[in-house]
Each structure stands twice: as structure tokens, then as C-alpha cells.
Design a protein around this ligand. Sequence first.
Ligand SMILES: *[C@@H]1O[C@H](CO)[C@@H](O)[C@H](O)[C@H]1NC(C)=O
Ligand SMILES: *[C@@H]1O[C@H](CO)[C@@H](O)[C@H](O)[C@H]1NC(C)=O
Length: 371
Amino acid sequence: MKLYTYLRIGLIFSVALVIFYFYSIKILNNKGDVNEEEESHKVTKQYEETTERIEFKRTDIVVAVVACGDRLLETLNMLKSALMFTKEKLNFIIFAEDALIESFNQKLEEWKLVTNNAFTFNVMTLTFPTKDADEWKSLFKPCAAQRLFLPNILKDVDSVLYMDTDTLFLTPVESIWTYFHKMNSSQMAALAPEHEDPNVGWYNRFAKHPFYGKLGVNSGVMLMNLTRMRAFQWSEYVVPIYRKYKLKITWGDQDIINIIFHYHPGKLYLYSCRYNFRPDHCMYMSVCKPAEKYGVAVIHGSRGFFHSEKQPVFQAIYRAFEEFQLGGDTFKDFYQPLETYLEQTQNTNCGHIKDVFLKNVQRFVDVDNQL
Ligand SMILES: *[C@@H]1O[C@H](CO)[C@@H](O)[C@H](O)[C@H]1NC(C)=O
Ligand SMILES: *[C@@H]1O[C@H](CO)[C@@H](O)[C@H](O)[C@H]1NC(C)=O
């Protein structure tokens, strides 16, 4: 009897050892630097968490956005772009002004039908932490401030990819999500630089407050590890910083984020401009070199450029997404029109590098179906 017990313990121990051995090999293999090409194919499954307040069944990848005023269609376009290239089940959290909630619910229910439930979503009213509610309500405009309080509001959510409404995915969401696994244990967020070139940088030339690094960061596409931000007590920094700098702040929540990371640079992971490609990156000359090499992953029509004649490339890309109906053929109904629209922009500075906008998309539309 005793011998049998020893044998059993021995066996369990050996099995555990073998599992541990293979697991270590796997970890070591994963540690090696993957190049950007491979990385976007890698699927991440690490994020498993069930929440109470938010009813996700499988909360792998969460895309969060805050929509107010006339941003309904723009936001839907961003969410549509997220659904077009992903192979994962996505979860959307949309904080919306009351007047927009019904429209979001309607459209997203419709999309669930045509995509065979490819995603889950929660549309939430603008919400703020109850602690000191009156104080910061008097300090901030609700829509601009919402994102700063996500760690407190989404108490049961581990991490989100926060997107400005005026952004569009040109690559699967999961290829950006993989950056969570590149962060070291002190990094709680990832952002792209505000500028590439000090000669035209905004923060280094004009800001009257501290900012991250040499040129600041743009907050339009932000990976947020909410668990780590809560541990850091992120929200405790927001109100005092706002109070101290409010007369010197130009770009709202983005400036507050810059100030916090100025004092805690080790807590931010900086990814390349191709994850947040703005008109500034091509309107005078092409300054985002990684985009030339690997293609633009997220395009950000900041300052209204998706809707303005001034940057035809941005307008063309927005239009191609707007006209595409989910459930349609991404090659015929999206890629081909996009190519045509971009042809017409060739005589603009951004149009000179139009292929950087097609490079990623090409790999993820159903080109194979056409051959
Ligand atoms: C966020 O940070 C927590 C605490 O360090 C960690 O357990 C979790 O895996 C991180 N989430 C992601 C998506 O990396
Ligand atoms: C994480 O990386 C940042 C930036 O390179 C660095 O400042 C910080 O010390 C690192 N933290 C750990 C735990 O390695």
C-alpha cells in the first residue's frame, strides 16, 4: 500500500516535471524577438477573465471607445474596421452619451447577426467614479475625461485597447494586442510618439507643461493594462495634475497622460508610429519609417482629417470603410474600391506613399478567394 502511494507520488511528480520542461522551452522560444511580420499572425489567448459587472463570456480582446456628439458614425466605422480583419472574438465597450446609446445598440445587434456573433458588446452611459464625483465633474468635460477613469470604472476588466473614435484598423486587432506581452512587469500602457521629428514637434516647441520623452506621446491608440493602472492608483494622479496644470493644457486628456508618464517613463511602452499613423506623418514628407517598411496598422484621422478635403488619402480610406457592409466580400467590396480611391490621391504628399496604407490590408482581405 505504502509503496503504491510512493509510486503514485513519484509518477505525478515526473509528469509535472516533464510538463514544466516543455512549458519552459515554449516560454524560451517565445522570448526571442519576433519580427513584425510574424508578430501580427500570432494569436494571443492569454487573457481569460470573467467579469461580473460586464457580461463577457470570453474577454480575450477588449476594444474600448468613448463617443459623444456627432461621433456615432465615425465610431461605428472604427468598430467595423476592427471586425473586418480579426480572427479573434472581440469584445467592445462603448461609453456613449445617452442620445447615442440606442443607435449603437441597434447597429451592433444588426452586425452580430451578419457576422454570426463574431463579437460581444456593452454600450454604457458615461460613468465616473463616485469618489469625489462632484469635484472632477466640475473640472472636466465628461467625454474627454471618461478614458482617464477607465481603471476605476471597469473594475472587473484586466486590459483594454482604447481607441479614439477617429481611428481605423488596417490590421487585425490581435496584432496590436500582442504588445501587452512585450511589456515588462512595470509597464502599464503602450502609446506611439506624438512626433518623429523635433523640428516640427508640438510638445517640444510649444508645451508649457511636462510631457513624455523628447516629443511627447499621442493618446489616440492606447493599450491600457487596467490591473496595473489600478495598482499604480492612476486615478489618484488625475485630479491633482489637472488642477495644477489646467491653464497650461491644450490637448485635454492627452496632456494629462503625457504629464503622468513624464514622471513615470518606465511605466510606458512606446510602440511605433505605424500603430497610430496621422496626417503629420505624411503631409509634408514621409516621416514614419516603420510604416514604409511594414505598412500602416492603425490610421488616425486626427483633427477631422477623415472628413476634410485637405487630406484626400485620409478621406479616401474612411470612405472605403464607410461604404463596406459587414458580411460582404472584403476584396471586391472593400479592397478594390480602396485601391481606386487611393489612385486618385497620387498627386498629394500622403498619396505619394499610398502603398503603405494597402500593405497590411492586402494580407488580410480575402485575396485568395479571388484566384
Ligand atoms: C496586466 O497586468 C496584470 C498584473 O501584472 C497581469 O496579470 C495581466 O496578465 C496583464 N494583462 C495583459 C493583457 O497582459
Ligand atoms: C521596463 O522597461 C522600462 C523601459 O525600458 C524600464 O525603465 C523599467 O525599469 C523596466 N522594468 C523592469 C521591471 O524591467
